[in-house]
Design a binder for this molecule. Structure first.
Ligand code: ATP
Ligand code: MN
Ligand code: MN
Length: 308
């Protein structure tokens, strides 16, 4: 290789000053997508994903060897530093190595360089970890359930939230189910959000038992959807919008508008390639009002759910 060809090659593998090593490594054998494809993806979607990562502790599902390699879930910084990553003051989570935050495109690429295949975040920001800023309903279907039933269940959950006076936002998990996110003002502690979400899940399971179950365990889930409200606790996490998933085809979690739900064919409808077309074409952000929506869980809502 001449020096100029070599330089061109290394430029193509460098994003925000971070060199992607083993760019040609196949991460997903089913599609042939490589580590470089993932880095390019995160480079392209940085403006879309960074607002959802901003100031939140992030957990990484890393699998440097790709989907057929050994994966591990990393909640705290470890010795091999991730380039660009921000570390929180150890007092935020004592007795552990510092929590991590991705607040820049460089850190995002750094995470990709370190073999991250999924980004999960806390439902609270680092400066106020005791006050969640959203409540999450993670709809976990029996894997044999037709997609229509999953979509219908999301609508039913939204209907109940609507009746209570709460706006919720919808996203595909990029895997099997759907996530409904209720933005909150940072007023409530975890205990009250857990209690509220549990009561809501139980209300759905009691009133529409053909669709929902509010208790864990695969055996309970046959023909139904488990409304997983356990995301609503301090160190729990939810996959970040636009994160890749460590699954065949490298699907991504995608924020969608409620009006789109009937056209969605499955949770893994978009992958790191097809989502880019959607983002280029999309005229408005389906979660346009997400960051300006700040809701309070009121006494009358609690009453309606039978908590008080
Ligand atoms: P699906 O649509 O298949 O349910 P999901 O992202 O909702 O996809 P769940 O199994 O419901 O997946 O997981 C809920 C959350 O648990 C994840 O979003 C993530 O934050 C957390 N989680 C995922 N993997 C791990 C892990 N290996 N260890 C601990 N927590 C994890
Ligand atoms: Mn789920
Ligand atoms: Mn779940």
């Amino acid at each position: 290789l001449s020096a100029s060809v070599e330089n061109a090659a290394s430029d193509a593998n460098t994003f925000h000053g971070i060199v992607i090593t083993h760019p040609e490594r196949v991460i997903d054998p089913s599609s042939g997508l490589t580590k470089l494809d993932i880095a390019r993806y995160y480079d392209a979607v940085a403006p879309f994903i960074l607002p959802y990562l901003k100031d939140r502790p992030v957990y990484l599902l890393r699998s440097p060897g790709g989907l057929s390699g050994k994966a591990f879930f990393q909640r705290h910084a470890i010795r091999a530093a991730i380039p660009g990553i921000q570390l929180l003051d150890p007092s935020v989570d004592p007795e552990h190595e510092p929590l991590m935050v991705i607040n820049s495109a460089q850190a995002l690429i750094g995470a990709a360089q370190m073999g991250s295949l999924e980004l999960h975040s806390c439902n609270a920001t680092a400066d106020m970890l005791d006050r969640p800023d959203c409540m999450v309903f993670d709809l976990d279907p029996d894997p044999n359930l037709p997609w229509k039933r999953i979509a219908e269940s999301a609508k039913l959950t939204r209907q109940l939230l609507d009746e209570l006076g709460l706006t919720c936002f919808l996203k595909t998990s990029g895997s099997k189910g759907l996530h409904l996110i209720v933005p909150l003002a940072r007023r409530h502690d975890w205990e009250s959000v857990t209690q509220f979400s549990k009561a809501l899940a139980q209300h759905l399971a009691n009133t529409i038992p053909g669709h929902f179950i509010a208790s864990m365990g695969e055996e309970n889930r046959v023909g139904k959807i488990y409304i997983d409200y356990l995301r609503n606790s301090k160190m729990a996490s939810t996959v970040v919008p636009y994160s890749t998933r460590a699954r065949n085809g490298l699907p991504v979690a995608v924020p969608i508008a409620w009006e789109e739900l009937d056209d969605i064919k499955g949770s893994a409808m978009w992958n790191i390639v097809s989502i880019q077309e959607r983002l280029v074409r999309q005229k408005s952000d389906p979660w346009q009002d997400f960051f300006s929506t700040r809701q309070i869980l009121t006494k009358s809502m609690r009453k309606a759910l039978g908590i008080i």
